[in-house]
Write a protein that binds this ligand. Structure first.
Ligand SMILES: *[C@@H]1O[C@H](CO)[C@@H](O)[C@H](O)[C@H]1NC(C)=O
Ligand SMILES: *[C@@H]1O[C@H](CO)[C@@H](O)[C@H](O)[C@H]1NC(C)=O
Length: 294
């Protein structure tokens, strides 16, 4: 008969316990209360707030702080999501997500050609690496989550299918834009909580200081001054709608793939097509004259 020694008896528990402690991100301990909710208050979270305050306009600073608090309220209503979140990644991903939104080509972090989400993601990653040059607390995979969250904060078709941190950063920012329109409850966040956030970090219109403006003016500037950064992004249709002389033609994925196949947009556009799939093959069927092409 096999009598377990104390160590072999305990081993499964020890293994299970260490797996648990390894799997769960160690919870950052310092906290403070903002808008009536407890938030992460670690040194890096504080440094990120100071950095955002230094580099964003007052109106943008208030905006990013609101998105962080919306994010924290979302987590408070969704324990499944909260259990999968790295709270410092969450804080930095929201607080630093608009570092590159000054509407000037001379502003820090603003490139001539990259979309502003990428400029902001690059700036945030640089901030973290400067804060922790040896990567002791911030190994590259952790910085990567902040980068992804910021770069994808306006791309739900990807962000909502990535890691929980990226998903949650997307939603924190989304509530800033959808709540006013839809009212009621959003991702569990109530109107009363929404009001508390706005009271803590008011918008320029609410007396929070700084400039502001609607999304249309925000986007139109990019279409006018950094058009390359808008092609094939969510901004492109805004440019087409709002900005005289703006045209993505020649830069679209469509143009590039047709050119690679030696085809011509104006010629193709004259006909009506229907896609057809047969087994492993697909093709375009030309409606007018019953012919297969392509
Ligand atoms: C909670 O978060 C998960 C993602 O972890 C999401 O799939 C789910 O829809 C959320 N639940 C609610 C009620 O929002
Ligand atoms: C497309 O092809 C037509 C003739 O087939 C030609 O007249 C036209 O200039 C071409 N357009 C472009 C953009 O190449």
């Amino acid at each position: 008969m096999l009598i377990p020694t104390p160590t072999s008896f305990l081993l499964p528990f020890i293994v299970a316990f260490s797996a648990l402690t390894l799997a769960a991100p160690s919870p950052p301990t310092p906290r403070r209360t903002l808008a009536g909710i407890s938030v992460t208050d670690t040194p890096v979270a504080r440094a990120a707030q100071a950095y955002a305050q230094q580099h964003c306009s007052p109106g943008t600073y208030q905006h990013v702080m609101r998105t962080w608090l919306f994010g924290v309220f979302i987590l408070s209503h969704n324990t499944t999501l909260a259990s999968r979140i790295d709270l410092e990644v969450h804080a930095l991903g929201l607080i630093l997500h608009d570092l590159a939104t000054h509407h000037s080509l001379d502003a820090p972090f603003v490139s001539l050609d990259r979309r502003f989400e990428v400029d902001s993601a690059v700036a945030a990653a640089d901030f973290i690496r400067a804060y922790d040059p040896k990567g002791k607390d911030w190994p590259s995979w952790r910085i990567q989550k902040v980068w992804d969250g910021i770069a994808l904060h306006a791309e739900p078709s990807i962000a909502l299918h990535k890691e929980a941190d990226v998903f949650a950063i997307y939603w924190g920012n989304e509530l800033e834009f959808s709540f006013g329109r839809q009212g009621g409850e959003r991702m569990g966040v109530t109107e009363e909580e929404y009001e508390r956030v706005h009271k803590e970090f008011p918008s320029p219109e609410e007396g929070g200081g700084g400039g502001g403006g609607g999304i249309l003016g925000f986007v139109a500037w990019y279409s006018l001054c950094k058009p390359e950064s808008t092609y094939n992004t969510w901004m492109q249709p805004y440019g087409e709608l709002l900005v005289e002389g703006y045209s993505a033609v020649g830069h679209r994925v469509l143009d590039l793939s047709l050119a690679a196949a030696g085809l011509n947009v104006s010629e193709l556009g004259k006909r009506r097509w229907m896609p057809e799939v047969q087994g492993e093959s697909w093709s375009l069927y030309r409606l007018e004259d019953d012919e297969y092409e392509l």
